[in-house]
Design a protein around this ligand. Structure first.
Ligand code: ZN
Length: 382
């Protein structure tokens, strides 16, 4: 097995070549904090994170990056990038330097304002979200933010409190953990839903071909009706404990908020996971979708819009999977020849109803340990 140092050399490079770290050393932090207290303050939303996950970005986008990202999914410098990373500010802001306040109320960073510009958020909605419908949660969010944006380099003097401290790992720490395990090829799995047998099957199919699996549940803001992050994480813990080899999996939190931008968000999720050290990324059906805004496999097809090697990370596409009683195994339409009457299928609504009543779904659908966590969560909600 290679040593950690040798292995780091073979690990996938961060997007753009270098992991960006915009956090200052502790001796400079106090000085910057004192200065920030004298500057105009702009509040951040839960969408905005800074930890190297967004390399090569060093701050919020100026028009020079915003426009090509919206129009062509590339930064000004040519690197692939799928979602605008923007800071909305009050119209008429003239300060050269502003302080950024986290949603817990603390000042966290300063931004050197390169540019204040007016963005066409409707155009952004149309191209990035593929809809201008205000009922789409991601679109509603950008409309609410307003059209005046400020771009510039951000310098962080205090990291925001992680929403999920026990599972918090920055990209640099995740890369070190991967190197320490001797993995070179690592597949990332993003999820905002509880994990059932279908997800387990896909993860394990992918893991068969690589060295390790990074289970990277999103623990930032999601829609109100999604299952809470702590419940989902507990589902992962019991599943890993019972059914995955400990030396092949790494569970940590992805502290981003969902945008529900479907295909564009799948690209963005992949690039972020590359920064965390993943060489491969699982894209299932309707990745990061919401309602019926995106076609079932749009989030897979969008990867074809990039030249080979441009993203660096290799997407792994999966279809809807199920347990087939005739095959007596998990499968998909690609591997099972039988009619759907043989397949164990339960709708999301049906599963929630069963769990709410304290009933176990079939074990071919959900591991009993996982179902129990969900049943307990529903009970405690009353
Ligand atoms: Zn079958």
């Amino acid at each position: 097995m290679p040593t950690g140092t040798e292995n780091r050399a073979r690990m996938i490079e961060p997007h753009g070549g270098e992991l960006v770290d915009r956090t200052v050393a502790s001796d400079q932090a106090d000085e910057l904090r004192a200065q920030a207290a004298t500057l105009p303050v702009v509040a951040l939303t839960e969408k905005q994170i800074a930890s190297g996950a967004l390399s090569p970005l060093t701050g919020f986008m100026t028009r020079g990056d915003y426009d090509p990202v919206v129009e062509t999914m590339h930064l000004d410098g040519g690197a692939a990038w799928a979602l605008p990373v923007t800071l909305s500010v009050p119209a008429g802001l003239t300060a050269d330097r502003i302080a950024l306040r986290g949603f817990d109320g603390d000042l966290l960073a300063v931004m050197d304002v390169s540019e204040v510009f007016e963005a066409d958020r409707r155009r952004e909605a149309e191209l990035v979200y593929r809809t201008t419908d205000e009922a789409h949660p991601g679109v509603a969010q950008i409309y609410a933010e307003g059209s005046t944006l400020a771009g510039g380099q951000v310098t962080v003097f205090q990291r925001p409190q992680p929403g999920f401290p026990a599972l918090h790992m920055d990209p640099v720490e995740t890369r070190a953990a991967i190197a320490g395990r001797g993995w070179t090829r690592v597949v990332g799995f993003q999820t905002r839903n509880p994990v059932h047998r279908a997800h387990e099957y896909i993860q394990k199919c992918a893991l068969e071909t690589v060295d390790g699996l990074l289970l990277h549940p999103l623990v930032g803001k999601t829609k109100g009706d999604d299952v809470p992050a702590e419940v989902r994480v507990e589902c992962y813990r019991v599943l890993l404990k019972g059914y995955y080899p400990a030396g092949r999996t790494l569970l940590s939190a992805f502290p981003a908020a969902m945008r529900y931008a479907g295909p564009r968000e799948a690209i963005w999720h992949a690039i972020c996971r590359k920064n965390y050290g993943c060489s491969h990324f699982i894209v299932g059906r309707d990745h990061a979708g919401v309602g019926s805004y995106y076609g079932t496999y749009d989030a897979q097809l969008i990867f074809d819009e990039f030249a080979p090697g441009e993203l660096g990370i290799q997407p792994m596409f999966f279809e809807h999977s199920f347990f087939c009683r005739a095959c007596d195994s998990m499968g998909t339409a690609k591997t099972c020849p039988h009619d759907s009457e043989h397949h164990v299928h339960l709708s999301g609504t049906k599963v929630r109803e069963m769990l709410g009543r304290g009933e176990m779904p079939p074990r071919e659908f959900s591991r009993p340990e996982v179902a129990q966590v969900l049943i307990d969560a529903y009970r405690s909600q009353g």
